[in-house]
Design a protein around this ligand. Structure first.
Ligand code: NAP
Ligand code: ZN
Ligand code: ZN
Length: 352
């Protein structure tokens, strides 16, 4: 396989900071598009993976799966895109395409496993992991590439590729809409998109935050009500009131305190992925026939549907743009919940 060398930012070990490095990219094969990366969002999963908090990270690790860029080259059999198109790449770059789930558009649950944009074995470059969007370029099969609606600011669109679809997919699956009270827990990158999307779907949205500063302004994002989750009295006022809860918290927290807020037959879907288990008390789900569920990103067709939905409703992320050289500082601030609400890397800074 022919390769070229491109600049990237990544790490060689869980304990090491991210630094500039060179990585190989394959030359575009028949169905590939080569994308010059313009912007890449910083997802908390990047941090979990770079630091191997879930275990099993492969090194060198180049994170980044909220990619927006411009196509600079295409393979001979590409028919969905042309050179110059503005496109997105999210959390997966391939899947088996044959299993029941791939056939149903649920590639994220592919039976042999989807191929992650980073930290997955790269079948094209054996011995290497896939490398993510903290890099100059990426080469992706056209079937795993998304179209960015024309009306979107490109930097603010990048977080839709993970935070957007990860919240859109469960909100759709659990049929959130008018007449429903929906809780969004943890107002970070995912949570703030959850508020915007649930609101656009017509739900009555209640944001739950541990941060006083977000309490003051969550309504600007579209929340109808805001609850300071550390305040037991405020929490108790919602006991048995919610139809659905989307939990996007990145660290250990008490799930039972939220299951209590569901109505009979209500569901809580976890999208946040803390490294430790979250104990669920039997009576938190027995009383009220409640469901405790989870959800991973979304399929390719659903991701395009989400982008088009966001385009139509003028939804993008609230971002803070950073240079790639500030990534360690950004990770430290992410851990403190100190970002409103998504860091996006201006990839032009990688040229510095
Ligand atoms: P983020 O921007 O860091 O947001 C996480 C939010 O959780 C924080 O803003 C904070 O919200 C809250 N939080 C953090 N520590 C907390 C604690 N100790 N107790 C209570 N609340 C706390 O992260 P993100 O990028 O949105 O990602 C969130 C999680 O989803 C991560 O674990 C990530 O790996 C996971 N994820 C999953 C999928 C999937 O497919 N399921 C996809 C992407 C990401 P407040 O300040 O409002 O309290
Ligand atoms: Zn992500
Ligand atoms: Zn499959």
């Amino acid at each position: 396989m022919e390769t070229t060398t491109v600049k990237a930012f990544g790490t060689d070990a869980a304990e090491a900071p991210l630094n500039q490095m060179n990585i190989p990219r394959r030359k575009a094969t028949a169905h590939d598009v080569e994308i010059e990366i313009l912007f890449c969002g910083v997802c908390h999963s990047d941090l979990h993976t770079a630091r191997s908090e879930w275990g099993g990270s492969m090194y060198p690790c180049v994170p980044g799966h909220e990619i927006v860029g411009r196509i600079v080259n295409i393979g001979g059999h590409v028919n969905k895109f042309k050179v110059g198109d503005i496109v997105g790449v999210g959390c997966m770059v391939d899947s088996c395409r044959e299993c029941q789930y791939c056939q149903e558009g649920l590639e994220q649950y592919c039976e042999p496993g989807m191929v992650g944009t980073y930290n997955a074995p790269d079948k094209h470059l054996p011995g290497n992991p896939t490398f993510g969007g903290y890099s100059e370029k990426v080469v992706v099969d056209e079937n795993y590439v998304l179209r960015i609606p024309d009306n979107m600011d490109l930097a603010a669109a990048a977080p839709l590729l993970c935070a957007g679809i990860t919240t859109y997919s469960p909100l759709r699956h659990w049929k959130v809409g008018p007449g429903q009270k929906v809780g969004i827990v943890g107002i970070g990158g995912l949570g703030h998109m959850g508020i915007k999307i649930a609101k656009a779907m017509g739900a009555h949205v209640i944001a739950f935050t541990t941060s006083e500063s977000k309490f003051a302004e969550a309504k600007r994002l579209g929340a109808d009500e805001v609850v300071l989750s550390k305040d037991e009295e405020q929490m108790n006022a919602y006991t048995g009131k919610l139809n659905f809860i989307l939990d996007a918290v990145s660290a250990k927290h008490d799930i039972n305190a939220y299951l209590k807020l569901l109505r009979v037959d209500g569901s809580l879907a976890l999208v946040g992925a803390p490294e430790e288990p979250l104990p669920v008390a039997a009576f938190s789900v027995i009383m009220g026939r409640k469901s405790f569920a989870g959800s991973a990103i979304g399929g390719i067709a659903e991701t395009q549907e989400m982008l088009d939905f966001c385009g139509k409703h003028n939804i993008t992320a609230d971002i803070e743009m950073i240079d790639i050289q500030k990534i360690t500082e950004a990770y430290d601030r992410l851990l403190k919940g100190d970002v409103k609400y998504r860091f996006v890397i201006d990839m032009a800074s990688l040229k510095n």
